[in-house]
Structures are given as C-alpha cells and as structure tokens.
Write a protein that binds this ligand. Structure first.
Ligand code: PAF
Length: 328
C-alpha cells in the first residue's frame, strides 16, 4: 500500500503582505470554478479573496462559486465575455479552440517535473500566453495548477497501452486529448465536466482522467475501481477576468488583482503538490486499486503516443515546443 506522507499536511494560508490600496468605489467579483470546495483550487481562491478584500480595504468583495454551479469552464468563460461574471480559472485545455497555442499544455509527457512547468509558466512563455489570452473580452492575469492528470476506469488495471483497447474514456472538450487517447488505442468521448460523474455512474463512459485531487474531491473513486498514475498531461489553470469588469477598475485595483493572482498561483501549487500523496493514500484506503508505472511502462506509453507531437507541431509552433523541451 502507498504510505501517507507526513509532510503532505495542508500548508497554512501564508501572511498577506502589502499596503492597503487607496482607490475609491465598490466592486463585486463573482469567481466561478469547475472544481469543488475540497480541492486545492478552492483553497487558492480563499487566499485570493482574503488578499483582495484586505488590501482593497473591503472595496472589492469576492464571492466564490465552486463546483461549476455557475456553469462549466467554457460557459464561465463566455459569461466573462458577456460581462455577467467577473472571474474564472479554467484548465487551459477547453480554451484551445480560442487560443490555438494553448495546445502546448496538452502535449503528452511534456513536463517531466512540476518545476519545469513552473519555469515555463512563470517565465517568458507563460507571460506570452497570458498576453495571447488577453483578447476577446478576457484579461488573463495568472497561472495556477490543475496538475498532472491520472487515468481512472471501472473495468481493469491499466499498465500498458494495450490495456486501453476499446476503453471508453471521457476527455475534456479538446482535440489534442482526443488524439492522445485515440493514438493510445482507447475510445475517447469529449464531455463537459458537469456531466461526468453521472456518465461514469451509468457506464456511459468507462473512465476519465484528472489530477488525484479532482478524482477525490469529485468522488470518482465511488464509481471507478482502478487508477493508473500515468502523469500523462500537466494541466495549468489560467486566471481570467472579464474585460468589461477590468475596464471599470482603477489602475491600482487592476494591479492588486494581478498581484493577488500571482500569490494565489504560488500558494495553490504548493497546496496541490502537498496534498497529492495523502490523497493517493486515501483513495487506496477507500478501495481504489492504484497502478504505479515503472519507467519502462511509462516509456511504452510515451513511444505509442509520440505521433501526437507531429500532428500538433504546426499549430503550436515547433520552436515553442523545442524551447519548453530545452527547459526540461
Ligand atoms: O476535467 C476537467 O474538465 C477539468 O480538469 C476540470 C476538473 C473542470 C478543471 O478545469
């Protein structure tokens, strides 16, 4: 059995530094996310709320809406564009149809370690991507992490691409993910996250893939007996603000939101990583069978899925892919 890691207890919310910002006026932010209240993302949002309310001296109020109650990732983004919602932080994957270069983050096994993802997101490439997404009624102000995605299913233990033959896997609404699972020999179906639990429960799909924390907080272990620690894709969360709302804010409040989003991103990644081992253990305790892959088994997945890089190289840009690989 996997060992619980004593170091994996929830990190406390750090002290909030910075002067109170002086701009006048009152603003309300409804902040919607797809993941539930028990996930790391929600902890990050609570921290964001604290920073923003404290440093604006209560002039900006933040209200949190977890669990896709105001709509899934794509619906929330469209509500930002029409100005009926102020903030959201989706995975980058459903946004590829709007921002084609985001396909970079969907390439399988691109980020071998979380530190590589940090270097890319917090560096020039991450900054360029935020600028690229600051269009079409959106302002992109920071990164956090959904994390490494792991496969779960209701049928059998999976330790090789051959085990995936014919398995019906729900993917995010993203063509690269569809390509990955088809190339690996599975039978993928794109579906909104809001429909996923019922689809798994009713056997419409056999499996899905998400980080450990989302698997647990969404209770997928109640309807999925098997998991594979595949780490096949690292998914970031991007923090987005409605441009209509943004343009109403004085410059110092805009700056405050940018700083708070950066602080939230650092904290949320820390929480997400610290919770992983403990969550895996809790999933095992709940009866889930987790397969950890050997380096040779990982290599078999990497080799089988390699054509996906060729299929998306033109859209993403070969140079960008090479730049990220150079960081690794
Ligand atoms: O699987 C998904 O759709 C995403 O990972 C989620 C959980 C909605 C977070 O953006």
């Amino acid at each position: 059995a996997l060992q619980a890691n004593a170091a994996s207890e929830m990190p406390p919310i750090p002290d909030i530094s910075g002067d109170v910002v002086q701009a006048d006026g009152d603003f309300k932010i409804k902040f919607s996310i797809g993941t539930t209240e028990s996930g790391a993302q929600y902890r990050g949002l609570e921290y964001f709320e604290k920073i923003v309310e404290q440093r604006s001296d209560g002039h900006i109020q933040v209200e949190l809406f977890p669990g896709a109650q105001l709509g899934d990732d794509l619906q929330a983004v469209s509500a930002l564009q029409s100005g009926t919602l102020e903030m959201t932080a989706p995975s980058t994957s459903p946004l590829v149809s709007m921002f084609p270069k985001f396909a970079l983050f969907d390439l399988p096994f691109l980020f071998p370690r979380p530190e590589v993802a940090d270097e890319v997101l917090d560096g020039e490439i991450g900054q360029q991507m935020l600028e690229e997404a600051s269009t079409n009624g959106l302002v992109a102000i920071g990164w956090a992490e959904n994390g490494y995605r792991q496969l779960t299913n209701s049928q059998q233990a999976v330790s090789s691409p051959e085990d995936l033959a014919g398995l019906k896997i729900r993917t995010m609404q993203n063509p690269i993910h569809l390509d990955i699972w088809r190339t690996l020999g599975a039978n993928p179906t794109p579906m909104s996250f809001a429909e996923l639990f019922t689809a798994l429960e009713q056997g419409v799909v056999d499996g899905q893939e998400n980080p450990w924390i989302t698997i647990q907080s969404s209770k997928f272990n109640e309807v999925q007996d098997y998991a594979t620690e595949s780490n096949h894709v690292y998914t970031p969360f991007i923090t987005l603000v409605s441009e209509r709302f943004w343009n109403r804010l004085p410059a110092d409040y805009q700056q405050l939101l940018r700083e708070a989003a950066t602080q939230m991103g650092e904290y949320e990644r820390h929480v997400s990583r610290a919770m992983n081992d403990q969550i895996k253990q809790e999933l095992v305790d709940s009866g889930m069978q987790i397969t950890e892959l050997t380096p040779e088994q990982v290599k078999a997945f990497q080799e089988k899925v390699a054509p996906v890089y060729d299929n998306w190289r033109d859209q993403i840009g070969g140079e960008l892919i090479d730049e990220v690989r150079a960081v690794s």
